[in-house]
Design a protein around this ligand. Structure first.
Ligand code: THU
Length: 162
């Protein structure tokens, strides 16, 4: 037997094609990337999350001269949300990038470690987290869920949940 996994996602030419709330979410990730601590890579990433109470949380990538100690914007954001609002559902996310040495003309997609973290929160809350992805210029992608980004994600019932 062969099983096929596929998914579809939306592409927008401009933020102007989105509704007001989605534009606000992307504006938030665009703004927060400016404050990223990305002095080693020059690659600024901003992430935003719309919570079910209507608030928008934001974060950015945090680097360190011990490079593996750095953390991506997506994980800084989700750990913050989980720390402060453990019971609030995340309705939507956005990720924006801007590099100092190049113009990023297409969206970047989250790294594998961030996908793993995001997919666990998505599963825990029992509802999909659509995510917008945006470069400095160019098209914007909207994916319907994090699990689309990580098919066959690691999952087991053999680990005890406290
Ligand atoms: N980075 C993110 O913050 N999110 C991603 O999805 C990919 C990469 C950061 C990590 C590092 O600070 C810089 O971008 C270059 O890899």
């Amino acid at each position: 037997m062969i099983k096929k996994i596929s998914f579809s996602y939306k592409i927008y030419n401009s933020v102007k094609d989105l509704n007001e709330l989605d534009q606000k979410l992307i504006e938030a990730s665009d703004q927060i990337l400016e404050k990223a601590y990305a002095i080693y890579s020059g690659f600024n990433v901003g992430a935003s999350a719309l919570l079910e109470n209507g608030e928008i949380m934001t974060a950015n990538n945090q680097e360190n001269m011990a490079l593996p100690s750095s953390l991506c914007a997506e994980r800084v954001l989700l750990y913050y949300c989980r720390a402060h609002f453990p019971d609030l559902v995340i309705k939507k996310m956005a990720v924006s990038v801007r590099a100092t040495h190049a113009i990023i003309k297409e969206p970047i997609t989250p790294c594998g470690a961030c996908r793993q973290v995001m997919v666990e929160y998505e599963r825990n809350q029992n509802s999909d987290i659509p995510i917008f992805l945006k470069g400095e210029i160019g098209e914007i992608y909207e994916l319907n869920s994090i699990s689309d980004l990580l098919p066959l994600a690691f999952k087991t019932d053999a680990l005890k949940r406290h």
